[in-house]
Design a protein. Structure first.
Length: 94
């Protein structure tokens, strides 16, 4: 689901205008991005937790030529779904 579709769904189910919901989602996503940029974990209710991490540099191999290549270090984002008693988000969609 894209942000626009989410905003439209929230607007339909609430008394808020679409532009207000869109502005609120933009602010929320900006704050989530700022927190992750600072290296903080972000817990999203019963949905899951976003946690920034660093992947170390390593060596790889070009499959076509066999040449050894250096894979640079980079920042990644880990997502772990939260489980609460009697509810598993992953199983809810199966």
């Amino acid at each position: 689901m894209k942000k626009e579709a989410l905003a439209a769904a929230i607007s339909r189910r609430s008394r808020f205008l679409l532009t207000d919901v869109n502005d609120l989602l933009t602010l929320a996503f900006d704050e989530i991005g700022n927190a992750l940029g600072k290296g903080e974990q972000v817990r999203l209710g019963h949905i899951g937790m976003l946690k920034p991490s660093r992947r170390a540099a390593g060596k790889g191999r070009n499959v076509q030529t066999g040449e050894v290549i250096v894979i640079p270090a980079k920042r990644t984002l880990n997502n772990s779904p939260l489980k609460r008693e009697g509810f598993d988000l992953a199983e809810a969609f199966l």
